[in-house]
Design a protein around this ligand. Sequence first.
Ligand SMILES: [Zn+2]
Length: 148
Amino acid sequence: MSIKKIDGNQFLALEEDEVTKLDEEAKQIPFKTAIVWKNVLMFIGWHIGVSLLMYYSNFGVAAGAHRLWCHRSYKATLPLRIFLMIGNCIAVQNDIIEWVRDHRCHHKWTDTNADPHSTKRGFFFAHMGWLLVKKHPQIKTQGAKLDL
Ligand SMILES: [Zn+2]
């Protein structure tokens, strides 16, 4: 195994005259920018995939955790429930049972300490701060009274 000695100057920026020299040399080299289509398609694919995943996870929360399991707004077949459950998991908004408990607490005890995202604790807390802190004990005690 050989150890390559590192030139300490390689981490320093070029002097201005060296930059000028490199620029002049570059003008002598015939070069035309060529698009790497494989990379372009890969980036487009990633963005489309992430966008679809975002819509899928939003759907899993809105149609699954919220409407189906929390409010029981409709009945769903097993394949649809599995589809919604996976979407909900991708959203990383706690498991379905905790999501349902928190949301039912929110509706039943709105703007009390048993409401996980009470607006009385401020705009940021109600929007997303509640996800960053431990829950008030009343959420667990009151939530335990709910039939989940
Ligand atoms: Zn609701």
